[in-house]
Design a protein around this ligand. Structure first.
Ligand code: MN
Length: 134
């Protein structure tokens, strides 16, 4: 068994999928990909990732609707969700937080800072879980 942290990336754009996956794997995470809400729900039926990166704009059910659904379900509501929002769409960020996301990261991602941003959300949730001080 690998003890790598698992991040589920819900993103329909293949170029973004590849970029996010490459950066996160370099950071030492295991990445699972879903290109739609349906694929994401399929993943989540089997196992819970440590974090979900959620593209807001997906074909079919959008990312914020899926986030609300996950937050309403006791099986998935503890998994932190971070929205991936387009730079220009500042309104998306407020909506993301209201949908239950713990935060958001702007797209296009900055490959120099993306790993640290993601790590911050994982550290936050880890300290919540284990009550680590410091
Ligand atoms: Mn998209």
């Amino acid at each position: 068994m690998s003890d790598k942290r698992v991040i589920l990336v819900v993103e329909d754009n293949e170029a973004n999928q590849a970029l996010v996956q490459a950066v996160l794997e370099l950071e030492g995470y295991r990445v699972e990909l879903a290109a739609s809400a349906l694929e994401a729900l399929d993943h989540l039926r089997d196992r819970a990732p440590d974090l979900i990166l959620m593209d807001v704009q997906l074909p079919g059910q959008d990312g914020l609707s899926l986030t609300r659904q996950l937050k309403a379900d006791p099986a998935t509501n503890a998994i932190p969700v971070v929205a991936l929002t387009a730079h220009a769409m500042t309104g998306d960020r407020e909506l993301a937080l209201r949908a239950g996301c713990v935060g958001y990261i702007a797209k296009p991602i900055d490959t120099r800072t993306f790993g640290a941003e993601v790590r911050r959300y994982l550290v936050d949730t880890e300290s919540d879980r284990h009550m680590v001080v410091g």
